[in-house]
Write a protein that binds this ligand. Structure first.
Ligand code: NAP
Length: 273
């Protein structure tokens, strides 16, 4: 795993970097600067959402970077209030306009909203078939939501972005997705900093001469899980990308799996909506 652009092949053949930058909770100028730094550092996947209100700044940074659009992987998501068939089609146009790009690489249903999610998925399928999105997926879809979606879907989601960390190790979901070639992507992978001083994690950091964040990110990559840590700090952006020069042993991977405490930062999708 030496390649700085470790890629995964989605079920439709589209190549996606496994490690990317999340831009939630970054305000306008902060987001633009962070994305510029990230692209200079080597990141090629940027994860935004209509809800984050920074799509325009992400698009600005992409253009300013001068990097070939084909070498970048830009994700955005349909907002909860925009779900439903017609509303999603419109919301996609608005996102694309704000990003000021010709296409997005990955468009996600942000949350499995009860009465509208089925229609939202139909809209994503249409946009995908029209060639306006390279890949489509979902976020916060635990197994029951994926099971329901497959009843009527003509496309199986290529990506499922969920909260996932050593402290929320969703092994059943990971296996379920692997069996169906749905790429799992970890959000809030760093537990928003809340477990950085866990002695178990610190012992791993000391052993591998890496930081706690690097251990967590490397663990996800070795599981084959894409991961999108957020940072708007240049040093931490670099730190989070510097995870390709070491390998966690099988035994230590199992040890890190055992950190699980079902800790959620974001609401449980089974309980909300
Ligand atoms: N689909 C969804 O429903 C959903 C929900 C939540 C998040 N997401 C996506 O996932 C991305 C990441 O999740 P997140 O933003 O919730 O949380 P996160 O990446 O787990 O944590 C971000 C926090 O950790 C800090 N941090 C970053 N690198 C660090 C390091 N090396 N050492 C110590 N602290 C560090 C950041 O501060 P600094 O910025 O100051 O470095 C920030 O406060 C989001 O930005 C978003 O794109 C999606």
């Amino acid at each position: 795993m030496q390649n700085q652009q470790l890629m995964t092949s989605l079920s439709n053949g589209v190549q996606m970097p496994l490690l990317g930058l999340g831009v939630y909770d970054m305000y306008k100028q902060e987001a633009e600067q962070a994305v510029l730094w990230a692209l200079e550092t080597g990141y090629r996947l940027i994860d935004t959402a209509s809800m984050y209100r920074n799509e325009a700044e992400i698009g600005n940074a992409v253009r300013q970077s001068g990097i070939n659009r084909n070498d970048l992987f830009i994700t955005t998501k349909v907002n909860n209030t925009d779900q439903g068939y017609e509303k999603t089609l419109k919301a996609f146009d608005v996102s694309l306009q704000k990003l000021n790009l010709d296409y997005v690489d990955l468009y996600l249903v942000h949350w499995p909203i009860k009465f509208t999610r089925k229609f939202t998925w139909k809209a994503l399928e249409r946009l995908y078939h029209e060639g306006r999105i390279k890949a489509i997926g979902v976020a916060n879809y635990l197994i029951p939501f994926l099971e329901e979606l497959q009843i009527e879907a003509t496309e199986i989601p290529m990506v499922n972005q969920v909260e996932f960390s050593p402290y929320l190790y969703l092994e059943d979901l990971l296996n379920y997705c692997k069996e169906r070639k749905i790429q799992l992507q970890a959000y809030s992978p760093l537990v928003r900093g809340q477990r950085m001083s866990d002695p178990k994690l610190l012992s791993m950091a000391e052993k591998y001469k890496k930081t706690p964040a690097q251990i967590i990110l490397r663990w996800a990559l070795q599981l084959g899980v894409s991961t999108i840590p957020k940072s708007s700090n240049l040093d931490r952006l670099k730190e989070n990308f510097d995870v390709f020069d070491f390998e966690i042993s099988e035994q230590d991977m199992a040890y890190i799996n055992s950190f699980n405490e079902n800790l959620r930062i974001v609401e449980d999708p089974m309980e909300l909506y």
